[in-house]
Design a binder for this molecule. Sequence first.
Ligand code: ADP
Length: 836
Amino acid sequence: MVLVIGIPELSYFFQIAIGVFVASLAVVGVVAIVQYCIGRKPKPHRDSSKLIVAEDALRASEARFALTVAGASNGLWDWDVRAGTVYYAPRFRELLGLGSDELGNSFDAWQGLLHPQDATATRTALEAHLKDKQPFSHRCRLRCKSGNFRWFDVRGQALWDDSGTATRMAGSIMDISDQIDAEQARESSQLLYLSLVENLPVYLMRKDLAGRFTFANRAFCRLLNKSLDEIRGTTDFDHYPDELAEKYRRDDVQVAETGELFEDVEENIDSSGQHYFEVLKTQVVDVLGTVIGTQAIFWDVTDRKMAENALREAKIAAEQANIAKSEFLANMSHEIRTPMNAIIGMTELVLETQLSSDQREYLIHVMEAGESLLTIINEILDFSKIEAGRMELESHPFELREMLGSALKSLGVRAHKKGIELIWQCQEDVPDWIVGDATRLRQILFNLVGNAIKFTNEGEVLLSVHQRSENEVSVELEFSVADSGIGIEASHHEKIFDAFQQADTSTTRRYGGTGLGLAISRRLIHLMGGKIKVESEIGKGSTFRFQASFGRDASHVGSSVLDTEQFQDTTILVVDDNATNRQILVKMFNAWGLAVHAVETGKAAIEYLKALLQKSPPPPIPILVTDYNMPEMDGCMLCSEVRRLSGLAGIKIIVLSSSVAAAQNEFGAMDISAFLYKPIKQSDLFNALVDTIGSKSKSPIAALPEADSMPPLNVLLAEDGLANQKLAIGLLKRWGHSVTVVENGADAVAAWASGIYDVILMDVQMPVMDGLEAAKSIRTREYESNSKSRIPIIAVTAHAMTGDREKCLAAGMDSYVTKPFKKQALYEALRPLVQK
Ligand code: ADP
């Protein structure tokens, strides 16, 4: 027993065997004893020694019986049918958890323990044995002392008298509850397995190593429209076309040989159409681990596959639509920009003629409306380009301070109109030259500063730049734009960076705008490797801050060092009511090695100067650098006061103003060394100072020559649009150039052949032959004729998508002007030709 305890099934087997053995032994013993003691009549003893031997044998047998009964694991019982009494062996009681004094010896006591559901069946089995002598082996539940029922295997054998009446019956009970539990568990797992196999919406079958079906679930039978019996023993070749059956066989053999899981989506075409099945195949092994076949589970994934195919097709269609959208945008922008070119350009031209003040005002409105329409078109175009992933940053060296200065000049007009100070400062550690996309950086700053001015009604807007980090090849800069405007509610700090979102929709009408500017800026900043954030409180202004990375420009290092030696002994008196401005001016002058004294008001300036005059010996007179717009005493009043002071008549004055024209008018004949237009560019201030002191400028920034100082050129204009022709002719003639107009590329090539032109302005989209073709043709002919002269060709086009510039250059053109071109842009394109 000890040996088999660890192996439940064997243990169980031995228990049964021992039980049966003990039960039979008991039954045989009981029968023998009964037969010996009761069944047979005693015969007279003829031989006392034989009697003694028999008695000894009987005693030995009884002892053996008692021993067997005591040692049996089953509970023995012995029923005297006629007396109605039962002998229950101690083990019988023990199995039921009863004490030796419990249960008594009646037959009814035993019956009373039967489970109500088993009572009838037990009685019937017993009667069948007693009456019909059928073997008695019966399973039933008996109640134990705990009140729980346990399963028992009850066996017995009766004795019958000569009349066939059962007189005695003996047997055993064996606890088989564990066995029953195990059987039930096995059955229920069998049922579970079957119900899964049969009810899951999958096809399932097994094959032996020869490829013969050994099992198929109902679903698979239905699929083949055959019963399991019809399927068993057949192979795939009996159900599928040879080619398919061969594939299935190959897959099965591979799975059986490698043991690897086979996964595939198989396509089947039958009379009902195209079907897709997802298939899993695995080995089937027996209890000893020997591979005996394969099994396959597969299910219909046609719907999913169809949906995937539809999605793929939809994606391709969407991508094509996106390309079409981009092309549409390119064309649309071309179509809109071309008339805009005419509208803005013509207006610019008319504005330069003699007009009544009303006419001028109306035309200025037309100009402004045209400009803002163009801004909207550009924003939508940019946003679409970014969305389509077609926004690419350019990379070229540029002078940051110059760029900032000129970008802010035009915004300065807006700020001035609203009476706001627009100030900018660039910390000294920020390099002068950096490499990046100046146009896009300008666009971001234009948007942020433009917004700051738009949403500020008084106070100032300050743009600051400082360096966050640098290494040998790159530099990370941080830009911040702070205003003292209306502020933004915290809940809108994130939202405003989404497309078409404005902090307060009700302000739309009041402030205007598309809600695209910040969305575009954020994406551009992202492309520059940075992030933008806003800090703001309602009524307390806003600060937008972003970082961007740029390349370092090795070729310009140190080239813009200003010659400040000439400033030796020069002192400056700064007068500005705006503290930030004062601070920035002081910083700039200090950086150039100048001694500066700064005051807030004209009155304080006069006091300071008076105090200076009283010193002995009197120190050098400072250069007065004064703001024009100041409360109480403005710049003009200050200057005339100062000039009236004895000893200060010759004081040199530089005036800073948001409106040069206004200031110049006011100052009239007053001798002012320089008027500077705010926001002030460092280089402008430097140049003004140099001029004021009387030296030549050593600033690296060359002044822009006046447009009308250009030598005359013979220009060939290839342009099919009448309005554009007029605009270009108007500008070019104003600058003293002569113009010949052709309306298509072919005519341009023919006209060029005459060899009389200095430059060609070439539209890209033209009938007969487009500008790209024409440029290519001219370059080819130049090459073929070994011509030494190469005519400059400037593309003039409304195409503004990435790559258009490259297309023009690849076609042999030299530069590129986008429509609607402005006077300045056309001038910039022509200037290199003039300077050659
Ligand atoms: P737009 O200015 O064309 O409406 P933007 O994307 O540039 O679009 O700005 C989105 C919104 O963010 C603005 O409509 C405004 O509500 C808010 N906003 C942006 N800048 C400021 C600012 N400096 N002060 C207050 N609100 C601002």
